[in-house]
Design a protein around this ligand. Structure first.
Ligand code: AHR
Length: 519
């Protein structure tokens, strides 16, 4: 096969889907996203009062529509690196008295015209999405975290809860999920800490927060990347100090195709990014288990993968403004324009999160609008879907409320410079609440299409299979302001279903992501 022309050459793989091998129910929070005060995510993104599509509160209705279509659930807010210098009080109360502040993380000016109340209003309009709030443990600490929780969750009768009511929110926000700071292991973080110092602080903030609201669910910072020198030791130290006080430990991971010595990008390794994410999750799960055993604890801690995406982190769009007199408002920052290949890797990362649904109970795509985002906007102009929008929306649509089934997958491997031999195909199956089965699959091969055979449960109920594929001959094809629908999903007509033996066949083009829906 290998010596045939690349457009006809093919490989094959096989998946067995069996209800006996259940991983876990799909947690709705796996489809979370992230809105940070960064670049044009908030300002000129979800909030643009002068836009023709803005509603009476200044929210862009076209963006709200796209967020609904995307299917994002929990929204992490307000950062990110931003939160480590944020004073939450600046963003509440009459807008005309809110201060303008330096945002050290992104070398920008924060106008504070958007804060907690606006975020909550916006989420209500999107469709009752859950707010996941981060507290500042960089420049601030226990007292300010407790103040924010009192302001947000205490019904009434105290200074801060009554201030909230005076500011127009009679009922508490009732925020359940809280991040105890952000990426505190990172030397770039304002107020960066050692694992010992952060673990001690996180444990005391957690204890204090629970004294106000015992129902909060707390996320302690894990490593900001699998590649950090401190990875592993950080988890061990922080969990040792805070294990029984928290519910989640975070993971963050961003991938991009790195340049090789010959100046080309290492696409083979990039396409295998899911392998690294999977290893990261397994490593953190091992750290959780080891701590639980050491402490003889009955308590369970899960993973909140609360930043993940493709991000061309070292490239031009991610360079901060510079200069003592140059602190722009909502500059164009981290505005990566995603390719078809990026979307395939992105789909693979979603497959990986689902495969680990027993350990990963929450995840946040970083971010939502304009900033490394599935949705782009122009000030005063249109909003459109990036390539990555499609795997997210399809996965959310078919996997929500379902149950992940362990993928029994047979696939050839290929060689990568970064991760060694890796499977060509990655896949996961979800049994939907309606009895359907959806299989998400990527073909990581740069050259070969793949004849993918799926043995689905022989319920006798299935009558048809349909498939949608994201694939472009031009791996670098992208959706732009000028050509917003250059990359979309296409119906994959190669799919066949044999009811006699409950077997699906579908051809996966090279570098492609596919959702096969059997009902
Ligand atoms: O999502 C962009 C940035 O990436 C976040 O602010 C930070 O937490 C991470 O380093």
């Amino acid at each position: 096969m290998a010596e045939q022309q690349s457009n006809t050459a093919s490989d094959s793989s096989r998946l067995i889907v069996d209800d006996a091998f259940e991983v876990a129910p799909v947690n709705d929070r796996l489809f979370g996203s992230f809105v940070e005060h960064l670049g044009r995510c908030v300002y000129d993104g979800i909030y643009e009062p002068s836009h023709p599509e803005a509603d009476e509160d200044g929210f862009r209705k076209d963006v709200i529509e796209l967020v609904r279509e995307l299917g994002a659930t929990t929204i992490r807010y307000p950062g990110g690196n931003f939160v480590s210098g944020y004073r939450w009080e600046d963003g509440v109360g009459p807008k005309e008295s809110r201060p303008r502040r330096l945002d050290l993380a992104w070398h920008s000016t924060e106008t504070n015209q958007f804060g907690l109340h606006e975020m909550s209003q916006w989420l209500d309009k999107v469709g009752g999405n859950e707010l996941m709030e981060a507290v500042n443990l960089g420049t601030r600490g226990l007292e300010e975290a407790l103040d924010l929780l009192e302001y947000a969750n205490v019904p009434s009768g105290t200074k801060l809860s009554d201030e909230r009511r005076a500011n127009g929110k009679e009922n508490p926000f009732g925020i359940k999920m809280w991040c105890l700071g952000n990426e505190m292991d990172g030397p770039w973080q304002t107020g960066h800490k050692s694992a010992e110092d952060y673990g001690t602080l996180a444990a005391s903030v957690a204890a204090g927060m629970r004294m106000i609201d015992p129902d909060v669910e707390l996320v302690v910072c894990g490593s900001s990347s699998h590649m950090m020198d401190t990875f592993g030791k950080w988890e061990e130290t922080v969990l040792e100090k805070a294990y029984d006080s928290v519910d989640f430990i975070s993971c963050h991971a961003y991938y991009h195709p790195e340049f090789q010595a010959d100046g080309t990008r290492d696409m083979a390794s990039f396409l295998a990014s899911g392998v690294d994410m999977d290893g990261f999750i397994k490593d953190v799960a091992a750290a959780i288990d080891a701590t639980k055993a050491r402490l003889k604890s009955d308590h369970n801690v899960f993973i909140s993968f609360d930043e993940w995406n493709v991000w061309y982190i070292d490239e031009e769009p991610s360079k901060n403004p510079e200069g003592i007199g140059n602190w722009p408002v909502a500059p164009r920052l981290l505005e990566d324009s995603y390719t078809a290949a990026d979307a395939v890797v992105f789909g693979d990362l979603m497959i990986t999160l689902l495969k680990n649904a027993d350990r990963v109970h929450a995840a946040s795509l970083a971010q939502l609008v304009n900033v490394i985002a599935p949705i782009m906007t122009e000030p005063g102009g249109p909003a459109w879907r990036q390539t990555t929008f499609y795997p997210f929306s399809m996965t959310a649509r078919y996997a929500k409320n379902g149950t992940v089934l362990e993928p029994k997958l047979t696939s050839n491997t290929y060689a990568t410079a970064k991760y060694g031999e890796v499977p060509v195909v990655n896949s996961v199956a979800v049994r939907g609440a309606d009895g359907s089965v959806t299989i998400f699959v990527v073909n990581r091969s740069l050259e070969l299409s793949n004849d993918f055979e799926i043995q689905v449960p022989d319920d006798g109920n299935f009558t048809e299979a349909t498939a949608q594929t994201l694939h472009e001959e031009d791996l670098l094809a992208r959706n732009t302001l000028e050509n917003q629908d250059r990359v979309i999903l296409h119906t994959n007509d190669s799919v066949t279903f044999s009811a006699d033996d409950a077997i699906v066949h579908v051809t996966l083009p090279p570098v492609s992501w596919t959702a096969v829906h059997v009902r």
